[in-house]
Design a protein around this ligand. Structure first.
Ligand code: MEV
Length: 308
């Protein structure tokens, strides 16, 4: 039996979109993700199947076929292979399903074909896959899928795992509309061209929100972190990335006791992430009453809490 490879999804706490322009961002790995397995077939077949979708080959014109081809090339693999993956992450929801697929598939290939591997190689290989879907990915999603935990991420620099003073939960709900990362990233690039000076000021504001949020995470100040997330949401709304459903989800979460709430990922749909100190049940139930489905994911402390 070929071994099962896994990779998790992600939730960006602060800094999406700005991270494409070199501003740092904070991201956490989720406890749900993707599983993949690679087999060496007896025939010369090369195929990838995700869930119950039709299989694709690297010579296909489909976007998935091209991503599969890019991944095999990044792995320098020209042997026959049958790759199968299943995902527990909603697609187009801003929770990193395509990066998790890329990392899980890269891991499965490395296991089955005894390829040299490391977290850096996994990220490079998954980034070749991600480029097909997203054009200009910052690499934050692949870093979170490969490393998990809580990361301070700056494009082009090694991701920094943060030492958290206190654990917390992120609670996520799907707005009901899927989000197209490439379209949203292209939209922000146009906005940047049109309003360069204002855009640079907004990037500076996001940088300072992220730096303060890092300090808050390291000090265990979850109330402060939540407020910084709310402020980031205001800039993302000004960039027209929010929707009525996202605003409603954020308001419900805050009323139900969330310390902060914002869209996460590309926006224009997708998921909201809320910060929760304690049980996420009240927030999940409040969303459910309004017709939204959510889930929670714990983020563990890596330092002892001085005020338990
Ligand atoms: C997508 O999860 C996050 C974006 O910042 C794009 C990227 O960083 O590649 C919107």
């Amino acid at each position: 039996m070929a071994p099962m490879a896994r990779a998790g999804g992600k939730a960006i706490l602060l800094g999406e979109h700005a991270v494409v322009y070199g501003i740092p961002a904070l991201v956490v790995g989720l406890n749900r993700g993707v599983e993949a397995v690679a087999r060496r077939p007896r025939n010369g077949m090369r195929s990838l199947r995700i869930g119950d979708m039709s299989p694709v080959s690297p010579d296909d014109d489909s976007i998935l076929g091209k991503a599969f081809g890019a991944l095999l090339e990044a792995c320098s693999l020209d042997a026959p292979v049958v790759l199968e993956a299943t995902s527990a992450l909603p697609i187009g929801a801003g929770v990193g399903s395509s990066a998790a697929l890329g990392v899980a598939c890269a891991r499965a290939l490395a296991e089955t074909f005894a390829l040299p591997t490391s977290p850096e190689l996994e990220q490079q290989r998954a980034l070749a896959w991600e480029r097909i879907f997203h054009g200009n990915p910052s690499g934050i999603d692949t870093a979170a899928a490969a490393l998990g935990g809580c990361l301070f991420y700056t494009r082009g620099a090694p991701p920094e795992p943060l030492r958290l003073r206190r654990g917390f939960s992120v609670v996520l709900a799907f707005s009901g509309q899927s989000s197209d990362t490439k379209k949203m990233v292209d939209g922000i690039a146009k906005l940047r061209e049109q309003k360069r000076a204002l855009f640079e000021k907004q990037l500076d504001s996001i940088r300072s929100l992220v730096m303060n949020a890092r300090l808050a995470l390291e000090a265990g100040d979850l109330v402060g972190l939540g407020k910084l997330m709310d402020l980031n949401q205001m800039i993302l709304s000004a960039w027209m990335l929010s929707t009525q459903e996202i605003e409603e989800l954020c308001a419900i979460a805050r009323d139900a006791g969330a310390l902060g709430a914002k869209l996460t990922g590309a926006g224009g749909g997708g998921c909201v992430v809320a910060l929760c100190d304690g049980s996420p049940k009240v927030i999940l139930e409040a969303w459910e009453r309004a017709g939204y489905q959510g889930f929670a994911s714990p983020v563990g402390a890596s330092l002892p809490d001085p005020f338990p």
